[in-house]
Design a binder for this molecule. Structure first.
Ligand code: SF4
Length: 419
C-alpha cells in the first residue's frame, strides 16, 4: 500500500468533507453481533469538530472530490481549481477498520462528489458499507450520503447497510437552487427521500410480522440546508425544514452557515460570515417545533421574517404574546406551560408530576431547576406574581437581557432610568 498517497488522499478528502454538518450520529441501536467490530448502540459514537468548534462524527470523508456538477456554493464544484483525489472502495474499508482498531473512530460518515453519474457514485458508496458489514463484520455506525438522482434500487440497498442516510437539500428554496446549482433538479433530492421514507415504513411493518426482517436505515434520514448563501429568510428556511420533517419523516434537519468559498456575484462576498448565532437560533427554533408544540407560523411569519438574534425564539414569542401571561404554574395546561420562557421540557414534566401531590411555590420551582431570571416575568405561583410585569415588551426584553448577562447593557441604562 502506498501510505504517502493514502495520507495525501485522506488530507484532501477529509478537508473537503468538513462543510457537511449533517453527521451527528444518534438513534441507531445496531448491536455487536458474532464478535464483530464496533457497536453503534447508544448515542453519538465518534467526534469531529468543524472549524467553528461544533462536534460531529468521524471518520468523515468523501469518496472523491471529483464532481461533474458545478454548484456555485461548493468547494468541490468542477470549475474550482483544486487538488482532486479519489479513494478506492477497499481503501476506505481498510482506513475505517484500521482507525477503528486504533480507537480513533467508532463509525464512518461517507459522502462523495458525483463522478460519472449518480448511480455509479452511489454504487461505490454502497460497496464500502456492504464490505464493512459483510466482510469485516463491522457493527459500528455508518452514515451514507445519498447521491441526488440515484435509482430507487440503489437507495433500497443502501439502507440495508447504513444506519443513517441523508441527502442534502443544500439550498432551502427552489429558486435559490436554480440560481446556484443549475445542474441539480429539486426532484433529484425528493425522489431518494421519498424512497427511503417508504422503505423505512415498509421494513418496520414487516419486522412486526417476520422477526428476521433486516433493519433498514435504523437511524432514519436527515438533510442539511446551507444558511445565508442565497438570501433566504429564516422563515423560508424553517418552512422548508418543517416540510421535510412532515413529508419525509426526517430525523434531523441540520443548518450550516455558508462559508464563502469563491468570488461569485450570486453569493455573499469572500470574508463575509453568517453569524454563528443565526445557526443557533435556527436550531433552537427547530427544537421548539419538534418538542415544544410550536407551529412554525407562530415563530416566523409575514411580520417576523427573521429570528431575533438577541433573545431565544421562545422568549421572543412570549414577548410578542404578553396577553397570554402570566400563567399560574399550578393550573396551566401543558401546552402553555411549555411556552413559558425559562421552563424546559424536563422541568415541565417535573412540574406536572409534582403538582399532583402539592401546590407548588417559588422554592419548589427553584428546586425543579427552572430559569427564574426569565420565567419569573411570565408566571404566578402560590397566588402571587414573582415580578411586576413591565408594561413594554421591549423594556422587559432589555431587563431580561441585562440580568441574563449579569451586567447592564449600555443602551438600556437610559430606559431603566425612566422608572
Ligand atoms: S453535486 Fe455536490 S459535490 Fe458536486 S458540486 Fe454540487 S454540492 Fe458539490
Amino acid at each position: 500500500m502506498d501510505y504517502e498517497r493514502i495520507k495525501e488522499k485522506l488530507s484532501i478528502l477529509a478537508d473537503a468533507a468538513k462543510y457537511d454538518v449533517s453527521c451527528s450520529s444518534s438513534g441507531s441501536k445496531r448491536k455487536n453481533t458474532s464478535n464483530g467490530l464496533g457497536d453503534s448502540s447508544g448515542m453519538g459514537i465518534c467526534h469531529s469538530y468543524t472549524e467553528d468548534g461544533r462536534c460531529v462524527s468521524l471518520l468523515k470523508i468523501l469518496l472523491t472530490n471529483h464532481c461533474i456538477f458545478d454548484c456555485a456554493y461548493c468547494v468541490t464544484r468542477k470549475s474550482n481549481d483544486i487538488k482532486r483525489a479519489a479513494f478506492k472502495v477497499q481503501e476506505v474499508v481498510d482506513l475505517t477498520i484500521n482507525f477503528y482498531r486504533r480507537n480513533y473512530i467508532e463509525g464512518l460518515f461517507l459522502s462523495s462528489g458525483i463522478f460519472k453519474d449518480a448511480d455509479y457514485t452511489m454504487e461505490r458508496l454502497i460497496q464500502v458499507a456492504k464490505k464493512l458489514r459483510l466482510e469485516e463484520n463491522f457493527n459500528g455506525y455508518i452514515h451514507l450520503k445519498s447521491i441526488p438522482g440515484a435509482s430507487d434500487e440503489l437507495m433500497r440497498e443502501a439502507g440495508l447497510y447504513a444506519d443513517r442516510l441523508s441527502v442534502n437539500i443544500e439550498i432551502p428554496t427552489k429558486s435559490g437552487l436554480k440560481l446556484l446549482a443549475p445542474d441539480k433538479k429539486h426532484e433529484d433530492f425528493i425522489k431518494p427521500m421519498e424512497k427511503v421514507k417508504n422503505e423505512i415504513i415498509q421494513y418496520k411493518q414487516e419486522s412486526k410480522l417476520i422477526k428476521s426482517t433486516p433493519k433498514y436505515a435504523p437511524a432514519g434520514q436527515s438533510t442539511q440546508m446551507i444558511v445565508g448563501a442565497s438570501g433566504e429568510s429564516d422563515r423560508d428556511i424553517m418552512y422548508s425544514a418543517t416540510f421535510f420533517y412532515k413529508k419525509y419523516n426526517m430525523k434531523r434537519v441540520y443548518y450550516s452557515g455558508y462559508v464563502p468559498v469563491t468570488n461569485d456575484s450570486r453569493l455573499p462576498a469572500m470574508g463575509s460570515q453568517v453569524p454563528l448565532l443565526r445557526e443557533n437560533r435556527l436550531y433552537q427554533t427547530d427544537w421548539l417545533l419538534r418538542f415544544y408544540d410550536f407551529d412554525v407560523r407562530e415563530l416566523l411569519n409575514e411580520d417576523h421574517l427573521n429570528l431575533d438574534l438577541e433573545v431565544d425564539p421562545k422568549l421572543s414569542w412570549a414577548l410578542r404574546n404578553r396577553h397570554l401571561f402570566p400563567v399560574d404554574v399550578n393550573r396551566v395546561d401543558k401546552h402553555l406551560l411549555l411556552r413559558v420562557p425559562g421552563i424546559g421540557l424536563k422541568s415541565v414534566n417535573k412540574i406536572l408530576l409534582a403538582r399532583k401531590f402539592r401546590k407548588l411555590n417559588w422554592e419548589h420551582l427553584k428546586n425543579i431547576g427552572i430559569a427564574m431570571n426569565r420565567a419569573k416575568y411570565f408566571i404566578t405561583c402560590d397566588s402571587r406574581e414573582f415580578e411586576v410585569i413591565e408594561p413594554s415588551s421591549e423594556y422587559l426584553k432589555n431587563v431580561i437581557l441585562s440580568t441574563s448577562s449579569g451586567k447592564f447593557r449600555k443602551d438600556i441604562s437610559s430606559q431603566l432610568s425612566l422608572f
